[in-house]
Design a binder for this molecule. Structure first.
Ligand code: ZN
Length: 187
């Protein structure tokens, strides 16, 4: 796709992103405005969209996807932000930063476990657990899909999720199928 065509497509994604935020504002927005970023074409995993911190990343492989797919991906990824799922990333970095500060503060001493160090470790352990636990991961995906269905309707969300399942070859995956069924899929 030529650069100008990419540019036109990016505008559509950004317009959808502004729309979902207007319709369903995120409580942290006054402090941290959610932002959409487009991954370069050489990025290895191009078919997908991802949310991290307050950012939504769009892979080049979905840039010219049909409208339903774009709506679904924008609303699903924004659903992770709106549902506070990505607040876990902030807490993770807070714990990591605290741990680094404690460590740097002890550089010239025999290291020992201080209260701030313990807090940092517990925070990191709790957040790592919450990010990694499969049942919570699944619940977060269901919630993000529900936001997509709320914002663009179940049939658009289903069409988008099906398109992604076919593009990424995970239609036979049991979890993907359970997500699709919640959007009204009948196989
Ligand atoms: Zn997701």
């Amino acid at each position: 796709m030529a650069l100008s065509a990419d540019c036109a497509a990016e505008k559509e994604w950004l317009a959808d992103f502004a729309e979902v935020q207007a319709r369903l504002p995120f409580w942290l927005s006054p402090l941290l405005r959610p932002r959409m970023l487009f991954l370069p074409r050489w990025w290895p995993n191009s078919v997908g969209a991802w949310s991290y911190l307050q950012f939504v990343f769009i892979g080049a492989g979905v840039l010219d996807a049909p409208d339903d797919v774009r709506h679904y991906l924008v609303a699903h990824e924004y659903g992770h932000i709106h549902g506070n799922h990505t607040v876990l990333h902030f807490l993770y970095w807070l714990g990591a930063l605290l741990l680094i500060l404690v460590y740097v503060g002890q550089l010239h001493h025999v290291p020992h476990l201080t209260v701030p160090g313990l807090v940092a470790l517990l925070l990191l352990a709790a957040v790592t657990f919450m990010i990694g636990l499969p049942s919570l991961q699944r619940e977060r995906e269901y919630q993000a899909d529900a936001v997509a269905a709320l914002l663009y309707g179940r049939s658009a969300a289903l069409a988008g999720s099906l398109w992604m399942a076919e593009k990424t070859g995970n239609l036979s995956n049991a979890f993907r199928q359970s997500r699709l069924r919640r959007l009204g899929w009948q196989s």
